[in-house]
Design a protein around this ligand. Structure first.
Ligand code: HEC
Length: 272
């Protein structure tokens, strides 16, 4: 009886594995995994990569995508791209920010300050949709808002805190694959990885469109990885702090467990 139960269980398991969807929800291809400097418990951002990613955002994506939750000064915060304060000030001043009302009750535009948030390229979603045909989502938390499942049983490994598990980079993997996923030159709206394949954004990248000054390859692939890394930071500006705190807590618990063990040994040493 027990034996049949077991084999039934094994059969069910095998069926589940066989039925594991090879595709992400909605019919896009499953994104490829990338090697991220910020993955894993010891991960941290590659400062130069974040700076390059910001350059890509500013020169290519910012005409359509906003970055509402980020203030200019965040770009100099520890754990981020860490531009200098002078760079941030100069950058902010290049933007026009709506302010007011003034004494006459009117709104007016002024040059941006470090404390301002990034002004969005469109006043609202209706204006964006009218201009582009689809609404470009704000970049601030997009890397966390997109995900995919690698199907059973891999999604279990991704979720559990085991070696190779606790994987949190699905969103950025998806963004990289999406940006590299325009596979039909005669159909600018075809994307292998977009759910449903018909995307309202033509390929924004191409080799050589951004002039890097640090010697990194000026390829669409490099731009995609860099801008995705930046989006991971905008979605979680405190990622490095969180990982460091986690490590400190683990170290503390380890030492504390050791102390408890020796205390217990000492207390009970004479108890026989
Ligand atoms: C000409 C305007 C335009 C530019 C430039 C642009 N995008 Fe988009 N983007 C859009 C629109 C419109 C959508 C919404 C598409 C849809 O929902 O079909 C979109 C959607 C996206 C999405 C979300 C896809 C999803 O899963 O919903 C990502 C990620 C993205 N863009 C990244 C980028 C990056 C990175 C850049 C710069 C390298 C960029 N975009 C440049 C217009 C643009």
């Amino acid at each position: 009886m027990i034996k049949t139960k077991f084999s039934l269980l094994a059969l069910g398991f095998a069926a589940l594995v066989a039925a594991a969807p090879a595709q992400a929800a909605g019919g896009g291809k499953t994104p490829e995994r990338q090697n991220w400097s910020f993955a894993g418990p010891f991960g941290s951002f590659d400062r130069a990569q974040l700076q390059r990613g910001f350059q890509v955002y500013r020169e290519v994506c910012a005409s359509c995508h906003g970055l509402q939750r980020i203030a200019f000064r965040n770009l100099s915060d520890p754990g981020g791209p860490m531009f200098s304060e002078a760079q941030v000030k100069a950058l902010a001043a290049e933007y026009k920010v709506k302010d007011g009302p003034n004494d006459a009750g009117e709104m007016y535009e002024r040059p941006g300050r470090a404390s301002d948030r990034f002004p969005s390229p469109f006043p609202n979603e209706i204006a964006a949709a009218a201009a582009l045909g689809a609404v470009p989502p704000d970049f601030s938390v997009l890397a966390k808002a997109r995900s995919y499942s690698r199907g059973f049983p891999l999604f279990l490994i991704d979720a559990l805190p085991i070696p190779g598990g606790a994987y949190q980079e699905h969103g950025v993997d998806y963004i990289v694959s999406l940006l590299n996923g325009y596979s039909k030159p005669d159909d600018p709206n075809w994307n292998d990885y977009f759910p449903g394949n018909k995307i309202g954004m033509a390929n924004p990248l191409g080799d050589g469109v951004v002039e890097y000054t640090d010697g990194s390859p000026k390829t669409a692939r490099q731009y995609a990885a860099d801008v995705a890394a930046l989006m991971m930071w905008t979605a979680e500006p405190k990622l490095e702090e969180r990982k460091q705190t986690g490590l400190r807590v683990m170290a503390f618990l380890l030492v504390f467990a050791g102390l408890l063990y020796y205390t217990k040994k000492k207390v009970w040493a004479d108890a026989h």
